[in-house]
Design a protein around this ligand. Structure first.
Ligand code: ADP
Ligand code: MG
Length: 256
């Protein structure tokens, strides 16, 4: 057993599946998701690609109930999260989310960022929360920054803290929404390397990204969305390397 295997949250002990069926989401008269269906198996990594405005963020936000879809069913494991009676907090406890803009609490230290939800949401003791936090900071290579304020870190370091914070909650599923899009190019690789490790360790991951090399090499499957529908999906190497659909080809020729 290597070191990371003993880190709580480093390996999803029970990676969850995700099943999305016939999802519709609109804002007023704007139809954003027009019947999305998607399966992610336990431990599978699926990258969502597609032009700006195609509904990728909205889809991720529906999965952890930051948005309420009008129609369709989402299951995480065997829990139907779109059931109106569902315990929203219990769903969110199982799902880690990492955003483009990190969303760290600016007035707390790095360590504080990693311990607050463990204590308040999971009811862990301060000592227990600190231990888990430090193990996850070590895992992302930032243990020495525990007492720093987020603003004292580079963008890439802040994003690694955000990932460590999500992992400290022992999630069964990780959602990433363009985690490297706001970063300086030289810090992107460190963040992608952590995501790659996480994928290897068997975490279920749904990743919105424009990093096509990452999608091709790390994802099990790639899903191309455009205009609120899934246009094409398949094994990563096929969709990125030899897209079948004209809209996928046009998109890839712009981003590659
Ligand atoms: P993507 O992440 O693929 O760029 P989004 O899911 O962010 O796409 O947005 C899809 C569409 O939904 C866009 O037209 C966007 O302007 C619109 N949209 C997203 N969130 C809201 C909101 N809260 N209210 C109204 N329109 C929204
Ligand atoms: Mg988006």
């Amino acid at each position: 057993m290597n070191n990371t295997a003993s880190v709580p949250g480093a390996t999803a002990s029970h990676p969850a599946s995700v099943s999305i069926d016939g999802l519709h989401k609109s804002y007023g008269s704007l139809d954003v998701l027009k019947g999305i269906s998607l399966e992610v198996g336990p431990g599978e990594v699926v990258c969502l690609i597609g032009p700006s405005g195609s509904g990728k963020s909205t889809l991720l936000r529906c999965v952890n109930l930051l948005e309420t879809p009008q129609q369709g069913v989402i299951r995480i494991g065997d829990v139907e999260v779109t059931d109106p009676e569902v315990d929203i907090d219990a769903v969110r406890r199982r799902v880690g989310m990492v955003f483009q803009q990190f969303n760290l609490f600016p007035n707390m230290s790095v360590l504080g960022n990693l311990t607050v939800a463990q204590r308040k949401v999971l009811g862990r003791s301060e000592a227990e929360a600190r231990k888990t936090a430090m193990l996850n900071l070590e895992r992302v290579g930032l243990a020495e920054k525990a007492e720093n304020a987020p603003a004292q870190l580079s963008g890439g370091q802040q994003q690694r803290v955000a990932i460590a914070r999500a992992l400290s909650m022992d999630p069964e599923l990780m959602l990433f929404d363009e985690p490297t899009s706001a970063l300086d190019p030289e810090t992107v690789g460190d963040v992608l390397a952590i995501m790659r490790d996480l994928a290897k360790e068997g975490m279920t991951m749904l990743v919105v990204t424009h990093e096509m090399a990452f999608a091709r090499d790390v994802a099990d499957r790639v899903v191309f969305m455009d205009g609120g529908v899934v246009v094409e999906e398949g094994p990563a190497r096929e969709v990125v390397g030899a897209p079948q659909h004209k809209r996928t080809q046009a998109f890839l020729s712009r981003v590659l």
